[in-house]
Design a protein around this ligand. Sequence first.
Ligand code: ATP
Ligand code: MG
Length: 396
Amino acid sequence: MMTRFPESIPVPPQVVAILRVLEDAGHETWCVGGAIRDALLGDQHHPAQDVDLATAAPPAVVRQLFRRTIPVGIEHGTVGVLDDDGVLHEVTTFRRDVRTDGRHAEVEFGVELDDDLARRDFTINAMAYHPVHQTWRDPFGGLDDLLAHRIRAVGDPDQRFHEDRLRILRALRFAARFDFTIDPETWRAATDQAHDTSHLSAERVRDEWIKGLTTARSAAHLATLWVRSGVAATWIPELHAVAPNDVRVDDRDPILVTAFLAAPSAPVWRRLKGSTAEIRRAEGIDRGPRSPGTPEPNVVRRWLADTGPAADDLVRLASWRDDAAAPWLETIAGIRERGEPTHRGALAIDGAQLLEAGFPSGPLVGRVIAVLLDAVLEDPSLNTHEQLLALARTVT
Ligand code: ATP
Ligand code: MG
C-alpha cells in the first residue's frame, strides 16, 4: 500500500505542454484538483482525463500565451485553453476568496499556490502535483486523509461550510463515491449547518444530487448520508430513512434511482426545478400501480395499458426491489415477445379508419376505441382490422 506520494503520476502530454508554456513565460503552474486525487486513488472509473492547472499567471496573460482560449469562468480566473485537437483544458489563476455569502465568492488573484489550495473544500481535493519536477504539495494532509479514507474540510469546517453550503453536499457526495467516512469535526459542522443548505439554489442542489447518485458506490449509502446529515429534511424529505435495499444500478438514471429511494418522487423534482419531462415521468412512476399484482396475462396487459409510458420505469424499479423474480415480470417479457397490443396506438384500427367506415366524428369514436382496447387486452387475438370493425359496430 502507498504510504507516501508516488514518484510520479501520468499526466496527459497536452496538459504538460500547456504547463510548460506557462512556466517558460515565468509563471509557476501546478496540476490540482480531483484528477490528482483520482490518480492517487487509482480510480479506474475516473482516469486522469481533465487535469486542472493552477497558475500564477493572471487570466489576461493566460489568454495571451495561447492561440485558442475560451473565457469559461473568467470572473473566477478560469480560462479554457484548447489544445491542437480542440480539447479544452482549464487553467485557473491562483486565487483566494475575499468575500463569500454562502453562495457566491469574490476572488482575489496575485496569491500563491498554498493560498489557492487553502480555499479548496476538502484535504483530498487540495493537493498539487508538478509533472515536470515530479514534486508534490500537500499542506493540509490530503494524502493521510486519502489513505485513511477520510473526508476532512480544509481549515475550520464551520467556517468553510458557512462560506459555501454546497460544500456540505459535496462532502456527502465524495463520501458515497469513495466509500470514505467524514471526519467527526467536519461531520458535526455539516449536520449543524445542514438546514442552511435551504439558501442554495434548487439548480445547484439538483446538480449535486444527480452527480451524487451517478457516482456513489451505493446510492442507498448516499441517501442515508443525506438523511442522517439533515440535508434531506431540507431538500428531499421524501427520502426513506433507510433505503429499501441497494440499487443494483447499472446505469444510474436519476429519475429512477430517486423514485427508488424516495416516495413520492415528483415533488422532489418540482422542488429541485427539474424539467417538465422529468416531473411528468416521476408523476407516472408515483401514480403506479407499482405492479400488476398477479401474473395472469390479461391482468398484466391491463396494467401495462394503465401505466402506459411509466411501465418500463415501474418494471425496472420492481426488478431493483427484491422481487426481481416476480412471475409477472416474465409475463411481460412474453407479452412483448408476442407483440400483444397494450395501448391504443397498437390497435389494428384507428380513429381515422373508423370515420372512413362511417362512424360519426365526435365522442363516440373515443368510446369505441376504449371498448376495442378493452377487448384486445382481454383477448389479443381479436386485434385484426375485420374483427375490431365488427366489434365497433356493436358499440352504441
Ligand atoms: P469531480 O470528479 O466530481 O469533478 P472534483 O474534485 O474535480 O471532482 P470539481 O467540482 O470538478 O470537483 O472541482 C474541482 C476542484 O475545485 C475540487 O477538487 C476542489 O479542489 C475545488 N472545488 C470545487 N468546488 C469547490 C467548492 N465549492 N469549494 C471549495 N473548493 C471547491
Ligand atoms: Mg472535476
